[in-house]
Design a protein around this ligand. Structure first.
Ligand code: ATP
Length: 199
């Protein structure tokens, strides 16, 4: 699997629809300070389901929508689409090209699309969880993150390794199953109480 194409439209400094095509291998993005290099990686994290406006250097999520300049009015919608080449079947998805889109409107409405079909945020997060591409994964090391990793608490650092090793998904499933077992235990206790009262 590899990222083939990124289309950014109305997201941060990208007021005009901008399409970036990636070839297999290494791609470098160069440009003067403030030209929007970090906005590209933020667009990628955003389309993968980033929920924290702060980690996208904003106050509210609406801050990702192009806010206008002296010469251009603000826009009402931000949209980012990523297309992956999935020839190797790495992602559990058909067809071999997988596209993910996120849209946000100024009135707060938002949409996620997987292969042009509307889905929930949860579906996107689950698809990429443990793929090495999750929104919190090692695939994105933003400015300051290296120090943050070194300075993090041991248990937080462990979480980073678990995501990289692909066990996070199973840990979450285990926690869910455990919660269901606990609930069943409580129900059984209640049944025993009733049986005890009746006998
Ligand atoms: P550096 O090399 O200094 O790290 P950079 O190339 O990574 O810079 P970014 O940080 O990606 O640049 O882009 C910053 C620019 O994006 C600023 O000019 C800022 O005004 C602009 N910007 C951020 N959010 C918005 C928005 N919602 N609307 C319009 N422009 C925005």
């Amino acid at each position: 699997m590899y990222l083939q194409e990124l289309t950014i439209n109305g997201f941060k400094s990208f007021a005009d629809k901008t399409q970036i095509k990636f070839d297999p291998g290494l791609t470098g993005v160069v440009g003067p300070n403030g030209s929007g290099k970090s906005n590209i990686t933020e667009a990628i994290r955003w389309v993968l389901g980033e929920q924290s406006a702060k980690s996208l250097r904003g106050e509210r999520m609406g801050d990702v929508i192009f806010a206008g300049t002296d010469t251009r009015p603000p826009l009402n919608r931000a949209e980012v689409t990523m297309v992956f080449n999935n020839d190797d079947g790495y992602l559990d998805q058909q067809p071999t090209q997988v596209s993910v889109t996120r849209r946000l409107f100024r009135n707060g409405d938002s949409e996620f699309l997987l292969n042009n079909k509307q889905v929930r945020l949860k579906d996107i997060v689950t698809l990429f969880m443990d793929s090495g591409l999750g929104r919190d994964s090692f695939a994105f090391i933003s400015q300051g993150r290296v120090e943050a990793i070194f300075n993090s608490k041991p248990e937080d650092r462990r979480g980073i390794f678990e995501e990289a090793a692909g066990v996070l998904k199973y840990k979450q499933q285990k926690a869910k199953a455990q919660a269901q077992l606990d609930e069943t235990d409580d129900n059984l206790d209640r049944v025993h109480d009733i049986v005890h009262e009746l006998s």
